[in-house]
Design a protein around this ligand. Sequence first.
Ligand SMILES: Cc1cc2nc3c(=O)[nH]c(=O)nc-3n(C[C@H](O)[C@H](O)[C@H](O)COP(=O)(O)OP(=O)(O)OC[C@H]3O[C@@H](n4cnc5c(N)ncnc54)[C@H](O)[C@@H]3O)c2cc1C
Length: 439
Amino acid sequence: MNIAIIGGGAAGMTAASRVKALRPEWNVMVFEKTNFVSHAPCGIPFYVSGIVEYFEELCTYDVSYFRMERGIDVHTNSKVIEVGEGYLVAEEDGKERRYEWDKLLFTTGSRAKNLDVKREELEGVLYLNHITSAEKVKNLALKAENVVVIGSGYIGVEMAEAITRLGKKVTIIEMAERPLPEYDAEIAAIIKSEMEKFVNLRLGEKVVAFEGKDRVEKVITNKGDYKCELVIVAVGSHPNTEIAKKIVELGKSGAIKTNSRMETSRGGVYAAGDCAESLNIITGKPDWIPLATPANKMGYVAGVNIAGYELHYPGSLKSQITSFYNTEIGKVGLSEYEAMREGYEIISSFITTKSTARYFMDGLIHLKVVADRNGKLLGIQAVGKGVAMRIYAVSALLYRGANIRDLFFTDFPYYPPVSRVWDPLVVAARNLFRKLGIP
Ligand SMILES: Cc1cc2nc3c(=O)[nH]c(=O)nc-3n(C[C@H](O)[C@H](O)[C@H](O)COP(=O)(O)OP(=O)(O)OC[C@H]3O[C@@H](n4cnc5c(N)ncnc54)[C@H](O)[C@@H]3O)c2cc1C
């Protein structure tokens, strides 16, 4: 059997490794347009800030490892430009080469959205599409005095922190009225006040153009202009589906439609990772969830099914954590705003409390729990200290379809430096008891 995988990121290399482990005699080919496979874009902010010293550390394994240890036929600098029934065409060394496949997997990832404003092509206006952007960003950031980050999603927030750590002045321009707009207003207000200690945060401002001779010199918004030598655009991303859409169906989100075996609308053709849709476990609807852990697991499931075994991907909760300096930030499931948009009648509890015992100085946490009118847990958001472990805990509960009683009665462990006898999660659940008529 010839298996062709287009894209050598997290999903592609996980799938390739799985197929080869289960079917060592099969020919598994991976086509990757850059020089890197198994790369970790999540590490880019830490490379830029200097926490990660060497660029190579952003790749989990190198190409020779996959070739020698796992027997995968990895083609780097190989861009797939056409796919048809049973074949694909890749550009390699300036030539077009044709390869045959029996089963095909799309793992082409996603790419940063453009702003579509005047002079976007200027030198110094950068997008984070791949780890290959990391070195360019770092080199320019080291030379710059003023840097503008456009967009305050988690990538914008992490990049802004990284660049302030280099001693540079950073302005963030965000069109929404709050940073990390996926979070509800109470949580975003705390994040805003933390961020304002380190960056010039401009909310409710829209970029209209860039200015400069050859290089970017200014960002112009509807409210002002900002002098800078480097701009990082982080205003969201699109699934990479240009070649796939010619042969398989896309979903509403624009990503490739898949079932729980990661099969597309065409027999023998699979999709996984950021280019694919999957189920949102909370809403039960197809969704586009471009994050690293779902990408790896979708790749795993695709690999198992391609190898002729059966495994189903249950979907994802969109669980995420990030941070800004010492403030941890996290979310899993739906925010209040997202739940209402989905048509849920909701109840919620927002609390500010200690996440550690009273006699420890450290440990303030702000936490919001959202549930439906029957007490089914829909999501939590948190900011402060001890966020990550609470997001982990609630992720497990949400995965099992838990309700507010489950949140209250789960036996979370107590140890004074990290938790409380009445954990913040339990206190928030108890608040919701009243709204549910539970004594
Ligand atoms: C700065 C940054 C920070 C992030 N931080 C986090 C985080 O903390 N946590 C988290 O969960 N997620 C994070 N993510 C998202 C995470 O990196 C992605 O969800 C994950 O990389 C998706 O894996 P993938 O294999 O689907 O796609 P990718 O890793 O994007 O791999 C796709 C590959 O396909 C290749 N390709 C595309 N088209 C072709 C073609 N025609 N021919 C050949 N090759 C092709 C690309 O070159 C690429 O190597 C971050 C992303 C960025 C940019």
